[in-house]
Design a protein around this ligand. Structure first.
Ligand code: N01
Length: 504
């Protein structure tokens, strides 16, 4: 192995690892397991929380559950025959992730409560220098696995800081706040809000739902598994894999409408409209919650409980924009003031403008956010970004999905990145950095495909689009195409340097 003589590394207070993974959600944990399995044990996982699980650790709001069926929303190497229902709830998914981390024995590689505050590339040492709440680290390679939906987006609404009641973001639920009998407002009607609203509506005195854009809703085919099914998953060889394959195939057909021929989304829209007609009897409320864009443009939501909750006597949908928030109320643009005791902010996440981008400094001294300001949130295969040598990304640009399991994409990227690390070793590379021309042509092709998708043509604003109006978030094709693309690390798309002889 390379003899590192750098002063900082010589300093015992700086810990060094060959590979440092930042984040231990599904992505970071999955890569850690792969590295252990390959015997690449010189790695550390820095995790700002005090447990594994990422988004499933953080999102504990009432009603939190996955909208991808459990048998597909699992690692392929750690199937779980014990899922209790078709769409698992947060607690069960979090226990599954904890169980996998234990079973694969990677927890001793984790440093928890370690908030990474900066990562800077050092050209001289060809290493990353990391600062964190648990001290300094250096690494030959860094893998960012922080996820796209991890930094809560607090709306910039006048007076929000003057509110004196309970206020919290959906991803930072305050379980000490008792909402029973309280007057509560929730801002937002995305995937999080539509799970929260029916869960708390029966408990609170009054619930005002502040809706900026009405979402499309489809039926949620959720049910507990029968005992016989669970026994079959457990004891009959192949049943679980078959079920997984069937769910995968059914979901993948949606790509045809979402990404290939958006006009086909009309079929989904008719179904969603029929659901709306059937579940919302009051014509005035129905008008308020009827979306004005093509289904699929924003994430399609699934719920059988949201519309019935909105129809309750103690729930109001407020569509007038918010003018200001006061100590104990919200005032809308029409001048109406509604008093509240508690405010839930379900306004999503910083996706294309993540604050973490400001903390990563590449080889020319520019941060990731400065690079993205210039070229947009672009990367190569969602795994590498020019100007950031020896850095890989799990769930980087254009890896997101609107229809199926992110774990599938994560595993594709784990194949790619673990092969990259093996290639670096095999070829004795000191640095590896994606070539800008390779990145540019990759993105040109990607954006050409995206321009025809429902996300770009459906007539909505969404967190899929960056500030340049480009969709730099989603993968615009079948996911098996991504799996093919990431099967092997394509070193020819990268500029490489080899270690000077005396360092080898
Ligand atoms: O966030 P969102 P989310 N004033 O960004 C509104 C995943 N997820 O936490 O549509 C007023 O979707 C905003 O309005 P508009 C899933 O990928 C999965 O709900 O922008 N309103 C919108 O209604 C999902 O897509 C699951 O006009 C404001 C809402 O807040 C992603 O996480 C469950 C506002 C934000 O919706 C994010 O979902 C939960 C403002 N200033 C989440 N700013 C499951 O698997 C924003 N809004 C089930």
């Amino acid at each position: 192995s390379r003899k590192v003589t750098d002063k900082a590394v010589g300093d015992r207070s700086v810990r060094h690892a060959k590979t440092i993974i930042i984040g231990s959600g599904f992505a970071g944990l999955g890569l850690a397991i792969r590295l252990s399995q390959q015997g690449r044990n010189d790695y550390l996982v820095l995790e700002r929380g005090s447990d594994v699980g990422g988004t499933w650790r953080d999102n504990t709001y009432p009603g939190a559950a996955c909208d991808v069926p459990s048998h597909l929303y699992s690692y392929s190497f750690a199937l779980n025959p014990n899922w209790s229902r078709s769409f698992s709830r947060q607690g069960e998914i979090q226990s599954y992730i904890q169980g996998v981390a234990k079973k694969y024995n990677v927890l001793d590689k984790h440093i928890f409560d370690c908030d990474v505050t900066g990562a800077r590339w050092n050209n001289d040492t060809a290493q990353w220098e990391i600062t964190s709440s648990k001290g300094a680290f250096t690494a030959d390679t860094v893998v960012s696995a922080v996820g796209a939906l991890c930094e809560p987006n607090l709306p910039d609404i006048k007076g929000i800081n003057t509110f004196e009641g309970e206020i919290f973001h959906s991803a930072r639920w305050n379980h000490d706040a008792d909402l029973t009998g309280k007057r509560v407002a929730i801002i937002g009607t995305g995937a999080s809000a539509i799970q929260i609203v029916p869960s708390i509506a029966p408990q609170v005195a009054k619930l005002d739902v502040y809706q900026r854009t009405a979402p499309w809703l489809l039926p949620r085919m959720d049910r507990p598994y029968l005992k016989a099914e669970r026994l079959a998953f457990k004891y009959v060889p192949g049943v679980q894999r078959l079920s997984r394959a069937a769910i995968y195939a059914a979901r993948e057909t949606q790509v045809v409408g979402l990404a290939k021929f958006p006009a086909l989304m009309q079929g989904f829209q008719l179904l969603a409209k029929a659901k709306l007609q059937y579940e919302v009897r009051d014509p005035e409320l129905r008008k308020k919650v009827t979306p004005d864009f093509r289904i699929g443009c924003k994430r399609m939501l699934i719920s059988n409980e949201y519309y019935p909750a909105l129809s309750r006597d103690n729930v109001d949908v407020v569509t007038d924009g918010i003018r200001e928030i006061r100590a104990g109320s919200i005032v809308t643009k029409d001048g109406t003031e509604r008093e509240i005791d508690a405010l839930i902010v379900a306004t999503g996440f910083h996706v294309t403008d993540s604050p973490t981008y400001e903390t990563i400094t590449g080889k020319d001294g520019r941060t990731l956010s400065e690079v993205f300001d210039e070229i947009g949130q672009q990367g190569y295969k969602g795994a590498a970004i020019a100007n950031f040598p020896n850095m890989f990304f799990l769930l980087g640009p254009n890896v997101g999905l609107g229809h199926t399991s992110m774990v599938y994409m994560i595993e594709s990227q784990i194949n790619y990145i673990s092969d990259a690390l093996a290639t670096v070793d095999r070829l004795g590379l000191r640095t590896v950095e994606v070539r800008r021309d390779a990145q540019d042509s990759y993105n040109k092709e990607l954006q050409a495909k995206l321009s025809k998708t429902v996300w770009n043509t459906g007539g909505c604003a969404s967190w899929y689009l960056d500030k340049h109006g480009n969709n730099t978030t989603l993968w615009p094709d079948f996911t098996f195409q991504f799996r093919r693309l990431t099967k092997h690390f394509d070193v020819s798309a990268y500029a490489t340097t080899t270690a000077p002889a005396e360092l080898k």
